[in-house]
Design a protein. Sequence first.
Length: 277
Amino acid sequence: MGDVSEFGAGELRRLQEIGELSNDQYKGDPNFMASLARGLEVLQAFQPQYSQMSVSEISQITGIPRAAVRRCLYTLRALGFVHCPDGRHYRLLPRVLTIGHAYLSSSELAKAAQNSLDYLSKLLNESCSVATLDGDNILYIARASVKRIMTIDLGRGSRLPAYATSMGLVLLSALDEEQLDDYLSRVSFAPLTEFTVTSADQLREQLAKVRRQGYAINDQQLEIGLRSIAVPMHSRKGGVVAAMNVGVNASQISSAELRERVLPQLQRTAMELALLL
């Protein structure tokens, strides 16, 4: 089990932003249920690499006082969403899947995307994903994995910082100036690797390039050894609704090969999927 003290400053800040943004936006709104928001923040604090946490650790991540975190966990435990096997550390229970399953089972995009990814993954023998923008992160709604190339296990529901991913670059490039300025005003750039973008100016340059060429390549900005390419998925009205990518081992496939061999298949699959939306 990981310890929250092992979080890098940027990663911890990213997790803390989950709640800060939503709460600040609705301060003073009499219809906003702060207690419900806090309960959801507590649920979102759990991460794949930090699946067991104490009250103090969750409080550190969310910025919610320990007494309030304890009450949230008490309620979530009573409802069957978490348990505390050792009396100190809490874990999620399978019942939390019912929250996301309702969306995934009813979303035409998620269902259609999974079928397309399964086909593309078999064709290329590489892992493929589809994600949407969720606040400052990308949210995986479909994934077909053939081999593990990352240290963390990704699947539907996983989230990653948008600025450090190929799908994130595609989705951010589709924002208008006001939306992008708002994003840049609040995002914290954590140097996840030596290649990670760490300033707003650098990111703006990358996004301009993505707009010109119509795709994004992430070359080990998220994790050393991981290279990926992503393209936008458009609705029938022309707006970007999601991004699709292919991730490869950087030691085996170059950026040039991604453009020459993978990009045409990726673009074709994204266009075919767009016709179903």
